[in-house]
Every structure is written in structure tokens, then in C-alpha cells.
Write a protein of this length. Structure first.
Length: 316
């Protein structure tokens, strides 16, 4: 038994070290290309032109990067999805629906209620929260510098942002699922058992502050990040959460099966990456389902609902 364990550890160490070396080589190659061929100079030049155009006005630059750009990314991406949700077209998108027969088409009355709430959360919660964030970032002294961070450093920041968000979101999300809080706070978000992209920030104001906004803002504040890194991270976070709520498992995009299952079952899959769910055992039911088999990046044009269909229920 001990010999088998040693062999397993040797194999695991070999696979891990090989994968780490390959990943490091890939990242270094991409980083070198991004920083030294053309893109590094392009972005640095573009940033300096924008910075000079704004005459170095830090507050305006911060609002543009932390509010306007992420908002445009969110509504631009969700605008495309909303067309499919409302009209059922293009069928290229709708054929990848996860919960078949749901939101086909979406209830427009329910949709408008969600849109009003989302806009309220953005204008009256997210944007005002940028004010204290601005002064925190300014105190670090590097957020508005004329020199952009290197691509390698941005990747480091991105990794830290992701870890911080996973930890904060998982535990605050589980907190609002507590029976005392669920009824008054989180139940609003779960009105959508079959979610669509725009409802990713359809939530009670308290939840939007604690579980949606702070987990995303905390990483950049800890790192004292440049406004360009903040803008990219906020935009990426909003698009990613929209994908996880969109209700479609589209080709070449991250799988939304994990969070879609959470909306379907309520007490599974609380996190973003699933790491803490695995450690806490809050994905055990999910791992026994077809949804878990479909939880991967789709690399073909055949919907996973067709290639990995649900097991037919036995007739009673």
C-alpha cells in the first residue's frame, strides 16, 4: 500500500511539475510577445494619448475606467443575449440553452423588473462605491501613473483578484443563503431559477454591496492597481458573471453549467471557480449529474445538451 502511495505521489509530482513548466513557458512567451513586439508599445502610446487628452484629471479618468468602460462591456454583451432571450433569434444562440423550454421566450414583465433593478444597483450602489475606492487607490500613488504596468504584472494581479473574489464571494454567498437572511435578501436573486445574463446583478441592495461589489473591488484596492488594470478586471468580472448566468452553454466560452445548477437547486455550487465548493463539499450533488459532465468548454458546434443529454426518466 505504501509503495502504491509513493508511486502515485511521484506521478502526481511529475505531472504537476511538467504542467507548471509548460504553463510558465507559455505565459512567459505570451508576456514577452505582448510586451515587446507591438502590443506593449501600442497600449502605452494609446494610454498616454488618453491621459493627455484628459489633462491628467484623475477623477475623470477613474470614472471612465472604473464605471463607463465596465458598464459598456456589461450592457454590450448582455444586449446581444437579450435579443436572443426576447426574440428567440438568432437560433445559433438559442439552441445552446441549458434549461430547455425555460425563457423561451423570456417573460418581458419579469425582464423589465430585472432591468430596472440592475440599473438601480449600478447607478445608486456601484457608482457611489467608487468614490471611497478612488481615494483609497489614490493613496497608493500608482493608480494614475503615466506608465502602464507590464503584462506579466497584470497577470499576477489578475490571479490575485480572482483568488480574493473567490474567497469573498463564496463565503458572503453562503451567508446570504442562511435562512435568516435568505428570505429578506437573497431570495430576490433566486426568483430566476433559470437565469439570463442581465440578472447577474439583479439583487437586493445589501447583497449587491456585500456579495457582488466588494469581492470584485477588494483585490485592486489591496494591490494598489493601475486604473487600466482595474478597468480590465471590472469588465472581465462583469462579462464572466453574465456568462455564468446567461442560460446558454455557448462554444468556446467558459461553462455556465456550475452556476446555472446553483439557480436550479439553490444549495449547491456557491462559488465562482468551484475550488471552495470542492473543499466544503457543496458540489457533491452537482458532481453526480449530467450538468457536471457538461461543465467544460464546448470546443465544437454541437450543443452539449445534445451530445450529453439528460437520462430519460423511467416510466412509472
Amino acid at each position: 500500500q505504501g509503495e502504491k502511495l509513493r508511486d502515485a505521489l511521484k506521478i502526481s509530482a511529475y505531472v504537476f511539475s511538467t504542467g507548471l513548466l509548460m504553463f510558465t513557458a507559455l505565459v512567459n512567451s505570451v508576456s514577452w510577445f505582448m510586451q515587446n513586439i507591438t502590443l506593449g508599445n501600442f497600449w502605452q502610446t494609446a494610454w498616454l494619448e488618453f491621459y493627455n487628452y484628459m489633462e491628467g484629471d484623475e477623477w475623470t479618468i477613474f470614472l471612465f475606467g472604473a464605471a463607463l468602460v465596465p458598464a459598456l462591456a456589461f450592457w454590450g454583451f448582455n444586449g446581444i443575449l437579450l435579443v436572443a432571450d426576447i426574440t428567440g433569434k438568432p437560433t445559433f444562440i438559442t439552441r445552446y440553452r441549458i434549461q430547455l423550454g425555460k425563457n423561451d421566450p423570456v417573460d418581458t414583465k419579469k425582464l423589465w423588473k430585472a432591468i430596472y433593478t440592475v440599473l438601480g444597483n449600478q447607478f445608486f450602489i456601484s457608482f457611489p462605491m467608487l468614490v471611497p475606492m478612488f481615494y483609497i487607490m489614490k493613496s497608493w500613488g500608482n493608480s494614475f501613473s503615466e506608465e502602464l504596468p507590464t503584462f506579466q504584472w497584470f497577470l499576477v494581479e489578475l490571479s490575485i483578484f480572482t483568488v480574493v473574489e473567490e474567497i469573498l464571494f463564496y463565503y458572503t454567498h453562503r451567508l446570504v443563503h442562511h435562512p435568516v437572511l435568505y428570505k429578506y435578501i437573497h431570495k430576490k436573486h433566486h426568483e430566476w431559477t433559470a437565469p439570463i445574463g442581465v440578472v447577474s446583478i439583479y439583487a437586493h441592495p445589501v447583497e449587491h454591496i456585500v456579495s457582488n461589489t466588494l469581492p470584485v473591488m477588494t483585490g485592486p484596492m489591496i494591490m494598489g492597481s493601475h486604473i487600466v488594470s482595474i478597468s480590465a478586471w471590472f469588465s472581465l468580472a462583469l462579462i464572466t458573471t453574465s456568462i455564468s448566468h446567461c442560460g446558454y452553454h455557448l462554444p468556446f466560452l467558459p461553462s455556465p453549467e456550475f452556476h446555472d445548477f446553483h439557480h436550479l437547486k439553490f444549495n449547491q455550487c456557491y462559488g465562482v471557480l468551484g475550488v471552495l465548493d470542492f473543499l466544503h463539499g457543496t458540489d457533491r450533488v452537482f458532481r453526480q449529474t449530467k450538468a457536471f459532465e457538461r461543465h467544460k468548454v464546448l470546443l465544437s458546434l454541437t450543443p452539449l445538451s445534445e451530445s450529453i443529454p439528460e437520462t430519460p426518466k423511467k416510466a412509472e
